[in-house]
Design a protein around this ligand. Structure first.
Ligand code: SF4
Length: 62
């Protein structure tokens, strides 16, 4: 499982960071992935929640 950030859509709301702080940072005004490659097993639930909370659907799972 991986997370993709659509940087053209992301508006930097930071909700994703709030629910998945080990996976995403929104400090620079847009979401940045903090993991390279597959989401660790213990972070997969947080990843799913992050995708769901983004208000503009800028995140997706592959
Ligand atoms: S919640 Fe969505 S819009 Fe906000 S920083 Fe995360 S990816 Fe970007």
């Amino acid at each position: 499982m991986r997370i993709l950030v659509d940087r053209r859509r992301c508006e930097g709301h930071g909700l994703c960071e709030g629910v998945a702080p080990k996976l995403l940072s929104a400090d620079e005004g847009h979401a940045e992935l903090l993991v390279d490659g597959d989401v660790p097993t213990d972070q997969q639930t947080a990843a799913v929640i992050a995708v769901r909370v983004c208000p503009i659907a800028a995140l997706r799972m592959i």
